[in-house]
Design a protein around this ligand. Structure first.
Ligand code: SDX
Length: 436
């Protein structure tokens, strides 16, 4: 952080003493006003529910320019990573700060590959769930349960423990997601295969059965790998902030990531891809493209709670660059599968066109986000809708663990403990029950 020459001066109209607050500059993006001494010097808190104007940390992992619709992982534009790299190269970049050369990539792939199996006891966690349990309920349990098996890597303040926990989480998430899927359809679990690449192995564990091998389709593997890359990290979003706050207590990395999985489940966050696809299927069922006008009218109605799922973003006030790449992937996958006339894709493009021309969305800068098209791609690949957010969690695990390790590696970090504006009852006496 670079101290700015400019200071912020806070003054009060009641004659209280004013105070100068230092301003820091990043390498790019908004400056920050350092308010860490505000309470000690003024007895006042700042107030920012939802953190619309609050930077919770300094980070050198991911940068988003919401106005330009720009997303950089360690300085590399997402468009270049999604086109020139694979997911494990992106994991190496997010974890260690640099793209690997061939030797480093080979070693990293081997390391991850050797941790893809989970303890055989994990299957008994699954057997406790109903077969129709939501995969995110299962994943929250399974990821938290990992901490019961790895006592050798749960000291988050030990850099070696942090690294092996990161590798284990990246390596085991595909296995756990595939296990939750197989359990839900009553098929036996498929073990990982170390002769397959990371994403091909995931699709093998998802779609192979003991009766027949699964022949991977390169276009679908590439599309899945791109989905992983696009979802890998996204600065201080709700689930990443949850992982940081949870990890700041010193809990083990598996528990902190399980908290991120739980937060991602929400429909306003990672659950939006499942909600967006369900929304498209509802519109399709109720008349399709002809009914879009009626649906949009409902979304704009102040009294309705209907939202255009997959649209809008707290940071992007322009097109989410990931949505553009996801729409391209849609074309590639649907063409490869001979589904170019997929009615849902046509409906999504018609909905996008209408929304992008409608004053309600234009005035609120509501553009398609990553979740708008990802569901259509995953559905075409054969992923069930209920598994979409678990796939998002699989991909985001590397971002969560990179952000957690960055925080723990910062000697200045403290346990997170926000304060509040109290508006409840002041002190009052308890009356005997007969007098209440
Ligand atoms: C992800 O933070 C991240 O980085 C998240 C993520 C990541 O990679 O980690 O990018 C992943 O979560 C993407 C977002 C997925 N969520 C959805 O698609 C759900 C639908 N979107 C909305 O719920 C909403 O847009 C949010 C939650 C994403 C953002 O909400 P904000 O920033 O708090 O904005 P807001 O709710 O204050 O909305 C501003 C206005 C409001 O209208 P007015 O009160 O001004 O009249 O826009 C309206 C909102 O009602 N609005 C929408 C809308 N999104 C916002 N109206 C209709 N449909 C929508 N989708």
């Amino acid at each position: 952080m670079t101290p700015s020459d400019v200071k912020a001066t806070l003054s009060f109209s009641d004659g209280s003493a004013s105070m100068d607050l230092p301003i820091y500059k990043g390498t790019v993006g908004p400056d920050v006003i350092d308010i860490r001494k505000l309470y000690a010097q003024t007895g006042k808190f700042t107030y920012d529910p939802g953190f619309l104007s609050t930077a919770s940390c300094n980070s050198n992992i991911t940068y988003i320019d919401g106005d330009k619709g720009e997303l950089l992982y360690r300085g590399y534009p997402i468009e270049q990573l999604a086109t020139n790299c694979d997911f494990l190269e992106t994991c190496h970049l997010l974890l260690y700060g640099e793209l690997p050369d061939l030797a480093k990539k080979t070693a990293f792939v081997k390391l991850v590959t050797n941790h893809t199996m989970v303890n055989e006891q994990m299957q008994f966690f699954l057997r406790g769930f109903r077969r129709d349990a939501h995969p995110m309920a299962v994943m929250t349990g399974l990821v938290g349960g990992l901490s019961a098996f790895y006592h050798d890597s749960t000291d988050i303040n030990n850099p070696q423990h942090r690294e092996i926990a990161a590798i284990r989480l990246i390596a085991k998430m595909p296995t756990l997601v595939a296990m939750s899927y197989k359990y839900s359809i009553g098929q036996p679990f498929i073990y990982p295969r170390n002769d397959l690449g990371y994403t091909a192995n995931f699709m093998h564990m998802m779609f192979a059965t003991p009766c027949e091998t699964y022949e991977t389709n390169d276009v679908l593997v590439r599309a899945m790998d791109r989905i992983f890359i696009l979802h890998a990290d996204h600065e201080q979003n709700a689930s990443t902030s949850t992982v940081r706050l949870c990890g700041s207590s010193g809990t083990n990395p598996f528990a902190a990531i399980a908290a991120g999985v739980a937060c991602l489940w929400g429909p306003a966050h990672g659950g939006a891809n499942e909600a967006a696809l369900n929304m498209l299927e509802d519109i399709q069922r109720n008349g399709g493209i002809e009914k879009i006008g009626e649906f949009i009218k409902n979304v704009k109605d102040k009294n309705s709670t209907v939202k255009l799922m997959g649209f809008g973003h707290r940071v992007y006030k322009n097109y989410d660059p990931r949505a553009k790449l996801m729409r391209e992937t849609c074309y590639e996958v649907l063409n490869a599968l001979g589904l170019q006339d997929d009615p849902l894709f046509k409906l999504a493009m018609a909905l996008e066109k209408i929304a992008l021309e409608d004053e309600y969305f234009v005035s609120r800068k509501l553009y398609p986000n990553v979740d708008f098209y990802s569901g259509i791609v995953q559905r075409a690949i054969g992923i069930p809708v209920s598994l979409f957010t678990a796939i998002f969690a699989l991909a985001r695990t590397v971002g969560w663990i990179a952000q957690l390790n960055e925080m723990i590696g910062d000697p200045e970090y403290k346990i997170g403990r926000p304060r509040q504006l109290f508006v409840g009852s002041t002190s009052r006496d308890v009356l005997p029950i007969g007098q209440r």
